[in-house]
Design a protein around this ligand. Structure first.
Ligand code: ADP
Length: 140
């Protein structure tokens, strides 16, 4: 498997509880390298644009409110098979279904406030990275 990059967000429930370092340790232990990172506070409109694929879902408004409720940490993670590996380290969307040792099993508060986002495919990873970072900010 080739070296890949994926996009990650440490969500407001986690930044509020000061968990950035603990979550980054999980990535690093799994062989993922943080090659870009910034802490930002999204507006509700920016959160809505990022999650527009979910616009028709019943939880969309709640999700956008939540993502704009406190700072996030936007990141690019690099490593072997990074997209799948990150999804593995994150755990299932609903923390009740997440495997032991995953970020969501350890830290998520609910299916909505679930501590991390990670891209699900190469196309979305490329799009999401470009939405948050310029090429100059990616330092491998
Ligand atoms: P994932 O983040 O695991 O890829 P999805 O793409 O299905 O999951 O959903 C995007 C985000 O929307 C989730 O991470 C979560 O924050 C929120 N979400 C998903 N399902 C629900 C739900 N049933 N109720 C509230 N929020 C939800």
């Amino acid at each position: 498997m080739a070296i890949q990059r994926t996009f990650s967000i440490i969500k407001p429930d986690a930044t509020r509880r000061n968990l950035t370092g603990k979550i980054n340790a999980k990535f690093e232990e799994a062989g993922l390298r943080v090659v870009a990172q910034k802490r930002i506070h999204l507006s509700k409109a920016q959160a809505g644009e990022f999650y527009k694929v979910h616009a028709e879902r019943p939880f969309y408004d709640e999700l956008c409110e939540f993502m704009a409720s406190a700072p996030i940490v936007a990141q690019v993670l690099e490593g072997e098979d990074a997209i799948a590996k990150n999804r593995e380290v994150m755990g299932a969307t609903n923390p009740a279904d997440a495997d032991a040792g995953t970020i969501r099993a350890e830290f998520a508060e609910s299916v909505g406030e679930n501590s991390v986002h990670g891209s699900d495919a190469p196309e979305t990873a490329a799009e999401e990275i470009a939405y948050f970072f310029s090429g100059l900010e990616l330092v491998g």
